[in-house]
Design a protein around this ligand. Structure first.
Ligand code: HPA
Length: 250
């Protein structure tokens, strides 16, 4: 039984090296997930893979059906998730190419369906419930990622706060100054509500973020052409760390 899933983000809509055994499009009470779930073997481990933005990277961050994605993974028996995501670097050591394993999150998103406990759906007959989210990321999965980073030559920042903005536009310099004052280390657009929905379903979850650029205002305006060019390197590094982490999860 496959219990570990990888959610791929920008630049990781396909998981290179995954020997795909089958794919399943799961129906959920929340609508369709971003794409079929792929089941296969990666680095000797049985894993499921879901491309968050769809298999053609066609769904922008604010239109992703996070509830459907997490519900689909839960309904096929997933108990642990490693989620990859592209981010901008706010802290000085978060330069392009760095992988950051956050230990905290601040949710700046708005207008997203952000809970299964919405008074109607819920889980096991419970429709209203507040989960503990003090530590948003699973410690064992974070350790596996950090050790994976140690075993690779990728520069890894082993803690930090992931500030999640709604997008799809990038932030203003003032928004980044505010996030920095709040203690954010990196900024991305997909970290929430994904992490909270996983917690609501009892799925262990950790995030492996790849810095593609300095956040808005840190090095002047963001060169979006450079940003696209940085996706390959950033995601290759995230993939290297995730692959090495799998060795610690056997
Ligand atoms: N901001 C938000 N999301 C991002 C960024 C950024 O600077 N870079 C990559 N994803």
């Amino acid at each position: 039984m496959t219990t570990l899933a990888i959610i791929g983000g920008t630049g990781l809509s396909r998981m290179e090296g995954l020997r795909i055994a089958r794919r399943e499009m799961v129906k959920t009470p929340f609508g369709a997930p971003s794409c079929p779930i792929l089941f296969g073997e990666l680095n000797g481990l049985s894993v499921a893979f879901l491309a968050r933005h769809g298999s053609q990277h066609q769904i922008p961050p604010h239109q992703i059906n996070y509830c459907a994605n997490l519900w689909a993974l839960h309904s096929v028996g997933i108990e642990r998730i490693i989620a990859a995501g592209a981010v901008g670097g706010i802290a000085d050591d978060c330069l392009p190419g760095t992988v950051v394993i956050p230990d905290q999150v601040i949710d700046y998103t708005h207008g997203r369906e952000n809970s299964f406990f919405d008074g109607t759906h819920g889980l096991n007959g419970v429709t209203v419930r507040a989960i503990d989210f003090t530590e948003p990321y699973n410690a064992d999965l974070r350790t596996a990622l950090i050790q994976g980073g140690d075993a690779s030559d990728v520069p890894v920042v082993t803690s930090g706060t992931y500030g999640v903005s709604s997008g799809p536009r990038l932030e203003t310099a003032a928004e980044i100054r505010r996030m920095e004052n709040d203690g954010c280390t990196v900024v991305g657009m997909t970290g929430m509500p994904e992490a909270a929905l996983a917690r609501e379903l009892g799925i262990e979850y950790a995030c492996c973020t790849a810095v593609l650029n300095r956040a808005a205002g840190k090095d002047g305006p963001i060169d979006t052409a450079q940003l696209s060019a940085a996706v390959d390197v950033g995601m290759k590094n995230a993939r290297t760390v995730i692959m090495a982490a799998l060795a610690n999860l056997k």
